[in-house]
Design a protein. Structure first.
Length: 198
């Protein structure tokens, strides 16, 4: 752990004056190494700065994450490089983010085929992977570049419950947030209206 919370704050505040590429380089380099040594949070400010730095680290990268609705249904949310990501997902340690992405991607192969799907909002274009999630009962939402919202793109004909998906995620199931909405009745959403996010 850094000796003083001020060191964490000073480092993260130093990111603010740099361009996006510099922020990402710093975030994935020195910041990642230092985060591995933090074992507790001296105050909420440092936790906030950590989440901001992790968001910077995945800027410019397609980062897919899962969301559960009030009915227990599951959605794959595709961040399209700059879409908002829930804090609960960003709390995954950086050294585990690749394993998280692999666990999410593996759902397209591990879950059984349940049915087909219908496309909305123009569908997923040439994306050949996302339809595999929908065939397995998972809704697919995609971030509209630059300002959102997350739009429903693929609607499964048969849905799957998170109780069946969670075991395939191992400990990452604890990083799947639940939102107060129903995917069946929601064509789009702004994530800040539902959950703390970056």
């Amino acid at each position: 752990m850094w000796r003083e919370s001020g060191q964490v704050r000073a480092f993260a505040e130093g990111l603010a004056g740099r361009d996006l590429h510099a922020k990402a380089a710093i975030a994935t380099g020195r910041w990642a190494a230092e985060c591995g040594r933090i074992t507790s949070w001296p105050d909420s400010m440092d936790h906030d700065l950590l989440l901001k730095s992790r968001r910077i680290a995945v800027s410019g990268v397609e980062f897919d994450w899962l969301l559960v609705d009030d009915d227990g249904h599951v959605a794959l949310c595709c961040s399209s490089i700059d879409g908002e990501i829930p804090d609960r997902v960003l709390e995954i340690e950086e050294r585990q983010q690749d394993a998280f992405r692999e666990a999410v991607a593996a759902l397209a192969e591990r879950l059984p085929l349940l049915g087909s799907f219908r496309e909305e909002s123009g569908g997923m274009g040439s994306d050949l992977v996302s339809p595999e999630f929908a065939k397995r009962g998972i809704y697919v939402f995609d971030w509209k570049p630059w300002s959102g919202p997350y739009r429903r793109m693929l609607v499964p004909t048969v849905t799957v419950s998170f109780s069946l998906v969670g075991p395939h995620l191992g400990h990452f199931r604890n990083h799947v947030p639940v939102a107060n909405l129903s995917f069946a009745g929601t064509v789009s959403f702004q994530l800040p209206d539902l959950l703390p996010c970056r």
